[in-house]
Design a binder for this molecule. Structure first.
Ligand code: ITT
Length: 214
């Protein structure tokens, strides 16, 4: 089965690919398919919920390609900021800052600035991930989360986005200090993707003549 992935974020693709390795599901990216970026894609993401955004991305690219499509929306939710930046995680820092420092670095600097006066015991946060699968005959949503704490300065070179600030107390590292495999074990994306993968594998088993479900 061919499953297209409705993301233009290479960091996400790097983490999603190993989860589908050694399965009959073959992932293809928008780049593999030659699906050119269009300005209207920017409007797929609102500020209401991760699930809505994931579904909007999957449905939009399913309509454009006709392929089984997986959309993913994720971000960071910070308790001391009443859930900010949430679904706005990618566009959190003002555009001038993003232009000057690059998107990820600007967002990290901006988050640190917003949390400057928040004491150590009150910096809890979580990454959240919604995954939508859109097939010809319907769609399904999955989600995952991982809880952590926002540090006062970045640590680690791996991952992407807010990873260098996201500390996992039980492991004593940030998610930027984990390998892709280690991050996938605990992360919001790993959890949501494994649930989506297992659901697709059930469908495939069901459809295979003489397969385990027949
Ligand atoms: P697509 O919409 O093309 O998939 P995107 O980068 O626009 O890619 P999102 O709208 O879902 O993706 O924004 C997610 C942002 O949330 C991302 O830019 C990061 O800043 C942050 N984020 C999500 N998952 C993360 C992770 O595992 N580690 C660090 N930051 C993460």
């Amino acid at each position: 089965m061919k499953l297209a992935v409705a993301t233009r974020n290479p960091g996400k693709l790097r983490e999603i690919e190993p989860i589908f390795r050694h399965t009959p599901i073959r992932l293809v990216s928008l780049a593999d398919l030659g699906v050119e970026p269009k300005p209207e894609e920017e409007r797929l993401e609102g500020e209401v919920s991760f699930a809505r955004n994931a579904l909007a991305k999957a449905q939009y690219f399913h309509d454009r390609t006709g392929l089984p499509m997986m959309g993913e929306d994720s971000g960071i939710v910070v308790d001391a900021l009443n859930g900010e930046p949430g679904p706005r995680s990618k566009r959190y820092a003002p555009p001038e800052m993003q232009e000057e420092y690059g998107v990820d670095r600007a967002n990290n600097l901006f988050l640190l600035r917003r949390l400057r006066d928040i004491p150590d015991g009150e910096r809890s946060a979580r990454f959240y991930c919604a995954v939508a699968i859109v097939l010809d005959d319907g769609s399904r949503l999955f989600s995952g989360r991982v809880d952590g704490v926002i540090l006062r300065e970045p640590r680690g070179e791996g991952g992407f986005g807010y990873d260098p600030l996201f500390y996992l107390p039980e492991r004593g590292v940030t998610t930027a200090q984990l390998s892709v495999a280690e991050k996938n074990e605990v992360s919001h994306r790993g959890r949501a993707m494994r649930a989506a993968r297992d659901w697709l594998l059930e469908i495939l088993a069901d459809e295979t003549p003489g397969g385990p479900n027949q």
